[in-house]
Design a binder for this molecule. Structure first.
Ligand code: MG
Ligand code: MG
Ligand code: MG
Length: 307
């Protein structure tokens, strides 16, 4: 048997990258030495900040897995978000905080899903349950994921447990939550080195809202007007992707991490679904969605209901 490969979802975010590293570490502590943290895409700027802070290498980049490979999935469980050969791999474990949406396995597996804001929070519990000490590095990885997924505890996805665990981990990590957290989140808003196509792919999720074929992409910023300067180019890129993928709707959320709002740009024949879902009028394809920061809690379910 080859190595067990651990990975999070495509277009990896901080939770996907850090949880791969963290669970690989836990597996080793539990005696499973043949485990390798991997990733299914480029490391974003926010995660890069975390890895640089800890002087850690990014997990190994893989595009797919060979038949029979043993894998552990973190921060996802959907077929669309994982390797394409997942049905011929052997899933040993899944640790996740998303809804179930379609993976089927041939054999029993360890499956741990909790409705919390971040995989990092579940990882913390796994260390505790196994009596494994959390060192400074591991604590920093976990708390970074919690800061990222909960936008520093401000997202409606954030539970009391995420907050409690985040504060506890920040002590072990010896970081100032507010200072480190804002620096980390702000690092993730630097779009200067990306092309329009890259920006439109950084955190894109393809999903069906009932029968409406949709891509929802989220870009964090500290200044909505700064990102809106690129609106014409973004729309050109969005229309190109709509044509290529045969989408009914492309939703771009430009999320202000300081004030907790999102400016939405919506294109495609079902763009009115945004108007219907939020009671807003799109002007020039765009509107401000006050208080909306979570794709998982405030976008996908609400738009599905209205589709
Ligand atoms: Mg994620
Ligand atoms: Mg996550
Ligand atoms: Mg995310």
């Amino acid at each position: 048997m080859g190595k067990v490969l651990v990975f999070g979802h495509k277009n990896p975010d901080t939770d996907s990258i850090t949880s791969s590293l963290v669970i690989a570490n836990l597996e080793r502590k539990l005696g499973n030495n043949d485990v390798e943290a991997c990733r299914l895409g480029n490391v974003n700027k926010e995660t890069e900040y975390v890895l640089n802070y800890l002087k850690l290498e990014a997990p190994t980049l893989i595009n797919d897995v060979e038949d029979g490979t043993e894998v552990i999935l973190v921060d996802h469980n959907s077929p669309e978000e994982t390797v394409s050969n997942i049905n011929n791999a052997k899933i040993l474990k899944i640790v996740d905080h998303h809804r179930l949406c379609g993976l089927v396995t041939d054999t029993p597996l360890y499956f741990r899903a909790e409705p919390v804001g971040c995989t990092g929070t579940i990882m913390y519990k796994l260390y505790k349950e196994n009596g494994i000490e959390i060192d400074k590095k591991i604590a920093t990885l976990m708390v970074s994921a919690i800061i990222s997924d909960t936008l520093l505890f401000k997202s409606p996805t954030c539970t009391e447990l995420d907050k409690k665990v985040g504060i506890e981990l920040s002590r072990i990590a010896e970081i100032d939550l507010e200072k480190y957290g804002m620096e980390m989140l702000k690092a993730g808003t630097d779009l200067s080195s990306f092309s329009i196509d890259e920006i439109l792919n950084l955190d894109a999720k393809e999903t069906l809202l009932k029968s409406v074929k949709t891509v929802i992409n989220q870009v964090n910023t500290a200044s909505i007007p700064e990102v809106m300067k690129m609106k014409d180019d973004l729309e050109r890129g969005m229309n190109k992707i709509i044509n290529e993928k045969g989408l009914d709707l492309f939703v771009l959320l430009i999320t202000d991490i300081v004030n907790s709002n999102s400016q939405v740009i919506a294109l495609g024949k079902n763009a009115d679904l945004v108007e219907k879902s939020y009671g807003v009028k799109l002007e020039d394809n765009t509107a401000l969605l006050k208080g909306v920061v979570s794709r998982k809690k405030q976008v996908i379910p609400i738009m599905t209901e209205n589709a």
